[in-house]
Write a protein that binds this ligand. Structure first.
Ligand SMILES: NC(=O)c1ccc[n+]([C@@H]2O[C@H](COP(=O)([O-])OP(=O)(O)OC[C@H]3O[C@@H](n4cnc5c(N)ncnc54)[C@H](O)[C@@H]3O)[C@@H](O)[C@H]2O)c1
Length: 377
């Protein structure tokens, strides 16, 4: 049985660790939150992510620790999934990775080369810098982002469309391919390249998807304004194989913890190399214009004295994440215009919204088996 260490077992890292364990690896998770580690080790951790609880309870070869040295002793292959939140300027904050890297430089290994594989979202060029820092300590540094969606992380990990590998060395690239060959159930195309090329690919791909979603909503707004059905038009456009129907639906703008920030980071990186990423800016702008369009549609439909119920306001159904939820943004805009907005959602989501917006809304708790209110806007 092969050993693997996963540093940072949060939303993504935990799913990755459990996927590896499920496929026969002996996995050591490393994290900094003691209480959280305890819950992993006594298998009481609950997660909104499908399959996590079940696989955690069934796991036999997954333990977690707060000691990074223990993780380093455990394996020569280290996957890293600490958080890289966006700074106010739109760039990624790499400080959690820097901290781990600093710890790795204290670990004086004269043994075999170790492979550090960064799965966090990073600004292009960042991993090259880390490779320079860690080379004297016999670490190769690779970049291997995941294209997964919240709410289906474990199944997405097992059937990715592409495998993107920014390899720090050929042996690191080979090691990554070997790991995935035992966890994936489909046959994705494999793309091996430099770390910087992979970092650009990750955010360029998400920039394309934001553009596609923004385009679909723009066409939909035009269709509606002309008295036509957006779906009929988009379905026909997407049926051309050069376009494709995925992400070409009329609905809310793009949101969540990945698309908007990756699109902005792509724009910022392009400035660094002297290019104006006008398409990134246009998608961001189109997303805002679409929100304005939706606000106007509801203003025409409702009087200020009427209640408007917004049900399920997470950025994606089945998750507890409200970050950049465009449905919630719509509710906020209308509340600020004086409309009576009721947010109907789970306790977990309501508590997040109450923290941010207080009594801007009325709230109604929704229970998991409650199928009564599904008035979607
Ligand atoms: N969650 C996703 O769907 C998703 C999708 C694509 C990319 N990503 C990227 O993956 C990375 C991780 O995202 P996430 O959503 O899992 O974040 P998260 O905040 O849920 O998890 C990060 C974990 O790292 C731990 N951590 C922080 N400092 C540490 C340290 N020094 N040593 C060990 N552990 C440490 C935290 O305690 C936390 O449990 C980010 O860069 C994110 O952009 C996430």
């Amino acid at each position: 049985m092969k050993n693997i260490t996963v540093i940072g077992v949060g939303k993504l890292g935990l799913c990755f660790a459990l996927t590896l364990e499920k496929q026969g690896y002996n996995v050591m998770g490393v994290d900094v939150i003691e209480e959280y580690i305890k819950k992993i080790n006594n298998k009481t951790l609950s997660s909104p992510e499908p399959q996590v609880q079940k696989h955690l309870i069934n796991s036999k070869n997954f333990v977690a620790t707060t000691e990074i040295e223990t993780g380093l002793e455990h394996s020569d292959i280290l996957f890293l999934f600490v958080a890289t939140p966006s700074l106010d300027n739109g760039r990624y904050d790499h400080s959690q990775i820097d901290k781990v890297v600093n710890q790795l430089t204290n670990y004086n290994s004269n043994k075999k080369e170790k492979h550090l594989i960064i799965g966090c979202t990073t600004m292009p060029g960042y991993c090259e810098g880390i490779q320079n820092i860690l080379q004297p300590y016999r670490f190769s540094v690779s970049y291997n982002p995941e294209f997964i969606a919240q709410g289906s992380i474990m199944s997405d990990l097992e059937s990715p469309d592409i495998l993107l590998i920014g390899e720090g060395s050929v042996s690191a690239g080979d090691a990554i391919v070997e790991v995935y060959s035992s966890i994936i159930e489909n046959k994705p195309t494999i793309h091996r390249m430099s770390t910087k090329e992979a970092e650009i690919t990750k955010i360029a791909l998400n920039c394309f998807l934001t553009t596609k979603i923004a385009y679909a909503n723009m066409v939909g707004d035009i269709a509606k304004s002309a008295g036509c059905n957006p779906e009929i038009i988009l379905n026909a456009v997407g049926s051309d194989s050069r376009v494709g129907n995925k992400n070409l639906k009329y609905g809310y703008g793009f949101g969540g913890p990945c698309f908007p920030r990756d699109n902005r980071a792509f724009d910022l990186f392009s400035n660094d190399v002297g290019i104006d990423a006008v398409i990134s800016k246009a998608s961001d702008n189109a997303n805002k214009l679409h929100l304005d369009f939706q606000v106007n549609e509801l203003k025409k439909k409702y009087k200020k004295t009427e209640q408007i119920v917004f049900s399920d306001v997470a950025y994606k159904l089945g998750t507890n994440i409200i970050e950049e939820s465009q449905k919630l943004a719509l509710a906020v805009e209308l509340a600020e215009l004086g409309y009576q907005i009721v947010i109907k959602d789970t306790e977990e989501i309501i508590s997040q919204i109450e923290d941010l917006y207080g009594n801007k809304f009325n709230y109604q708790k929704k229970y998991l088996d409650d199928k009564t209110v599904r008035r979607r806007h």
